[in-house]
Design a protein around this ligand. Structure first.
Ligand SMILES: Cc1cc2nc3c(=O)[nH]c(=O)nc-3n(C[C@H](O)[C@H](O)[C@H](O)COP(=O)(O)OP(=O)(O)OC[C@H]3O[C@@H](n4cnc5c(N)ncnc54)[C@H](O)[C@@H]3O)c2cc1C
Length: 486
């Protein structure tokens, strides 16, 4: 029987769930606290520049295709996808960088130049990564995380050792050159944990990187949010913005509605795409499944300090995506995960979408996004933000051999306090709960509340985990569970 479903939040996972639930014939209404939709993937526009506030790497195009195919659509019905060539570059010193091209053959050649014999090893490594991708992304991640048995298949049984070794160990077994090691460890950073805490099975991220490639949706990642909004609206979903949810209403341990801008709204099902910890604070204490101690003990993905900068010139010697790994990777990771503090020597990432996309900046100018990963929960002040802008921009000038600071037209920043204020994020984490061995699949917070009937969750703190493709999958999984169990 069709139901009235109230959804909290309008991020990728909530929009995906809304589309599936509406397609199944339900009445679906989304309530988003901010004035625009998209959640972590919102857009900033200023003085003719446009920036994606959150995600900038479009990986795993097959997951997006599969999503739109479920509605008899294709991504190209909504947006144009550009394969980046080269995919990105990685700086290791002044004027010293490795360019990652857009095919495995070309990447093998770059590896071989760095370390003799590494091309053959890379092909072998990526073949294994591809086999993991076929098992994980085409099958396992589409299981709802309700039972450990979901992970037991003939294919995973053959790979059991890969759940008990780590990416870090695996990469080091084949490659000695520290530059190649850090390039191969980079993709799992998207999963939110240190490579030394991420099971080797997650090497499927390396296949996403080198095997499938890096894409840019023309006009930016926000176009994907707009595509999903249009799809959801076509299917009959109502989207309401500037609607803060302050309470989930219950009766006899059953969700009956929400309080939106101080007004009660009733429905049959409540689904939250907002951060899990925050959602549970909308319930009375006795109806929360997870204690503060539970959250305290979890490994969260990092927070970030971000800058969105308009430059009054074209920036040279960088690609659309450029990583700055000129300092010690392990030392920075230690300051994120083991001994949380502002990093002594931060790694950082920079994106220049206007290298590919004219819409991102006025002619002759460049849009720059800079990201420093940080431990969640750090003190966040204007002075600290300024200090770190100076650190990275001075390094950037030296490494890429050019003046940029004096060409800054404006800069905006986003950090721990903004993640809390804008998204009700636990400790200001940027992208949810890390995918470590003990935070995988059925070991992650449940899609369905065990204490409140008709209350469900989706998003990067549930299954399968952080990132845009997992958010689309999470929306599909929770919609399936709602259809099956309510
Ligand atoms: C800086 C950054 C860079 C990233 N880079 C990449 C990348 O390159 N590639 C990639 O694939 N992924 C990337 N990610 C991760 C990706 O963006 C996220 O995993 C994904 O967008 C999360 O979607 P979500 O639906 O789970 O949550 P969210 O996008 O956080 O959506 C939750 C929504 O709930 C709303 N909400 C919260 N509380 C309430 C309330 N009380 N009432 C009403 N609404 C509420 C929030 O405002 C928000 O809109 C990045 C993330 C960040 C932050």
């Amino acid at each position: 029987m069709p139901k009235k479903i109230l959804i909290i939040g309008a991020g990728f996972s909530a929009l995906a769930a809304a589309a599936y639930l509406a397609k199944a014939g339900n009445e679906v209404v989304i309530f988003e606290k901010n004035s625009t939709i998209g959640g972590r993937a919102r857009q900033l526009q200023r003085d003719g520049f446009s920036f994606d506030i959150g995600p900038t790497w479009y990986w795993m195009p097959d997951v997006f295709e599969r999503f739109f195919n479920d509605f008899n659509k294709k991504p190209s019905d909504y947006y144009e996808l550009i394969k980046l060539s080269p995919a990105y570059s990685v700086y290791f010193g002044n004027n010293d960088y490795i360019t990652i091209e857009d095919t495995l053959e070309k990447i093998c050649a770059a590896f071989e130049k760095e370390e003799k014999g590494s091309a053959v090893k890379l092909k072998k490594f990526i073949a294994k990564a591809q086999s993991n991708y076929d098992i994980a992304i085409k099958d396992l991640v589409y299981r709802p995380g309700v039972s450990p048995l979901e992970l037991v298949t003939p294919a995973t049984a053959r790979k059991i050792d890969q759940f008990f070794s780590t990416i870090s160990k695996d990469v080091r077994k084949s490659f000695k050159n520290p530059r190649l090691v850090s390039i191969l460890e980079f993709p799992v950073l998207f999963l939110g944990a240190k490579p030394s805490d991420t099971p080797s099975f997650y090497s499927f991220m390396n296949y996403a990187d080198f095997g499938l490639g890096t894409f840019h949706p023309k006009n930016g990642m926000y176009t994907v949010i707009e595509a999903m909004r249009d799809l959801a609206i076509d299917l009959g979903v109502t989207i309401k913005t500037s609607q803060n949810i302050s309470e989930i209403l219950t009766e006899n341990n059953t969700a009956t509605g929400i309080v939106a801008n101080n007004t009660a709204v009733y429905g049959d099902i409540v689904l939250s795409g907002a951060d899990y910890h925050h959602t549970e604070t909308l319930l009375p204490q006795n109806l929360r499944q997870y204690s503060e101690t539970y959250w305290e003990k979890k490994t969260f993905a990092p927070s970030s300090l971000l800058f969105y900068v308009g430059f009054d010139k074209k920036i040279e010697n960088v690609e659309h995506h450029t990583l700055f790994f000129d300092v010690d990777f392990a030392a920075h990771a230690h300051e994120i995960y083991d001994h949380p503090k502002w990093p002594e020597n931060p790694l950082f990432y920079a994106s220049f979408p206007s290298k590919t996309d004219d819409i991102a900046a006025p002619e002759g100018k460049e849009a720059g996004i800079f990201l420093i990963p940080l431990a969640p929960g750090l003190e966040d002040t204007i002075e600290l933000r300024e200090k770190y802008f100076d650190i990275i921009i001075n390094r950037f000038e030296k490494l890429t051999n050019q003046d940029v600071k004096k060409y800054v037209i404006f800069k905006e920043s986003f950090c721990v306090n903004d993640f809390i204020k804008e998204y009700n994020s636990y400790k200001g984490n940027a992208y949810g709960l890390a995918n470590t061995l003990f935070q995988t699949a059925f070991l992650r917070p449940n899609l369905k509340s065990k204490k409140v009937k008709n209350l469900f969750f989706t998003g990067q703190l549930t299954v399968p985990g952080p990132g845009v493709p997992p958010a689309l999958i999470s929306g599909k999984l929770v919609a399936g569970l709602i259809q099956k169990t309510s």
